[in-house]
Write a protein that binds this ligand. Structure first.
Ligand code: SF4
Length: 388
């Protein structure tokens, strides 16, 4: 999940984003790391406590995702509230940028030649888990790259479970999901929710976005395998020139799945982050934000008629003034926790989001996530008009 972060500096005539003020309340009391001797059903030992303590000094704050309490929506939607409560409070464990796919819209930073792959050491990941555990965060989202491509992924899940995390969420687009045995392993190793990146149900559209003829079929098979094995999941779709026209159909397919499998379906849709590979391909990939917002508004309305949950994120309210109740930013917020004292702090500046000088007078500025800074540099601010 992208960070919604605070800005304190002007850049090239626009400012990075300042999030709405949040009350500074301490998190739940810090708990104790389970003694190593009590710990894990893993194939290799847990990290030593001394190592974990030393790591804390190097990482004095923890970025977390928290539910807004109360929600900032005018008319809070129970389905979105449920989603936020299920997902957060949580933190993101970035396992590295390696991924076997080569999606044309990938925004993961891998250096100038797109080959500078980062793989986080296990010890570092243990340290971050211990940081989160120490301040009472009980939900963990594995992000990458592709976390499931790590050969030690199931081991990491075991360690997190042994440390006391109640929910392990896997953000993935792995073709391994098509294998029933792999999905069964996720369950056995305590993965409780899958955040499945699926941008379309149309294999031809997916083939373009994933730059693969084989991956789409496997990914769609993986979706059905997750549903068949009753894994809790939600879908995430980034909106591009290739899948925007099919967004209504995407919602209808959600409704079909809901009926077929007898369980509620939720999807989150979002604009692209215009960086890395997505930036290189932006001319053929990135839709105008106004067009995107129009499609999202129509799809949210359709979703309500079909009784499925479609949530949007990172779409400024001036483009979607009637659909703020379905904006994820009004239910979830980003913050930092000081690992020394457990105090909640505002999130840090996000250089990838921006607001114009005119945004200062906008009635929605407090709940606006801002505009992708690279998009604004490229397309300007004409689409974004302050609300009164
Ligand atoms: S004008 Fe648009 S982009 Fe600017 S603060 Fe208002 S909603 Fe956000």
């Amino acid at each position: 999940m992208e960070r919604i972060q605070r800005a304190d500096a002007l850049k090239d005539g626009h400012a990075a984003v300042t999030p709405p003020p949040q009350p500074l309340t301490p998190p739940a009391a810090a708990s104790t790391l389970p003694p190593v001797s009590e710990a894990p059903p893993t194939t290799s030992p847990l990290p030593r406590i001394g190592l974990l303590t030393a790591a804390r000094a190097q990482h004095p704050v923890l970025d977390v995702s928290l539910p807004c309490d109360p929600p900032l929506a005018d008319h809070p939607q129970p389905a979105v509230q449920h989603f936020a409560a299920r997902y957060a409070p949580s933190f993101f464990l970035d396992v590295g940028t390696a991924c076997p796919l080569h999606c044309v819209y990938c925004s993961v930073v891998r250096g100038a030649d797109d080959k500078d792959v980062r793989m986080e050491a296990r010890e570092h990941l243990y340290m971050r888990m211990a940081d989160a555990e120490s301040v009472g965060v009980r939900k963990l989202t594995f992000i990458g790259g592709e976390p499931a491509s790590r050969t030690d992924f199931l081991h990491l899940a075991d360690v997190a479970h042994a440390m006391g995390f109640q929910d392990l969420i896997l953000a993935t687009k792995s073709v391994k999901l098509a294998r029933p045995a792999f999905v069964a392993q996720l369950r056995e190793h305590h993965v409780s929710m899958v955040h499945l990146s699926l941008d379309s149900f149309d294999p031809d559209v997916l083939a373009v976005l994933l730059a693969s003829r084989t991956a789409p079929k496997l990914l769609l098979a993986g979706l059905h395998e997750l549903l068949a094995q009753q894994v809790e999941l939600f879908l995430f779709a980034v909106l591009t020139q290739h899948n925007l026209a099919g967004l209504d159909d995407y919602v209808r397919r959600l409704a079909d799945l809901q009926q077929r499998y007898g369980r509620p379906m939720t999807a989150v849709v979002s604009p692209l982050k215009v960086q890395s590979r997505a930036d290189k391909n932006r001319e053929t990939l990135v839709p105008r934000m106004a067009d995107l917002a129009h499609a999202v508004a129509r799809a949210v309305d359709l979703a309500q008629t079909l009784n499925v949950t479609l949530i949007h994120k990172a779409v400024p309210p001036c483009l979607l003034p009637q659909h703020g109740d379905w904006a994820l930013e009004r239910y979830l917020t980003e913050a930092r926790i000081d690992l020394e004292n457990g105090q909640r702090l505002p999130s840090a500046a996000n250089p990838y989001l921006a607001k114009s000088a005119a945004c200062a007078s906008c009635a929605a500025t407090a709940v606006c996530p801002g505009v992708d800074a690279a998009y604004a540099d490229w397309q300007g601010w004409a689409e974004f008009s302050p609300l009164t």
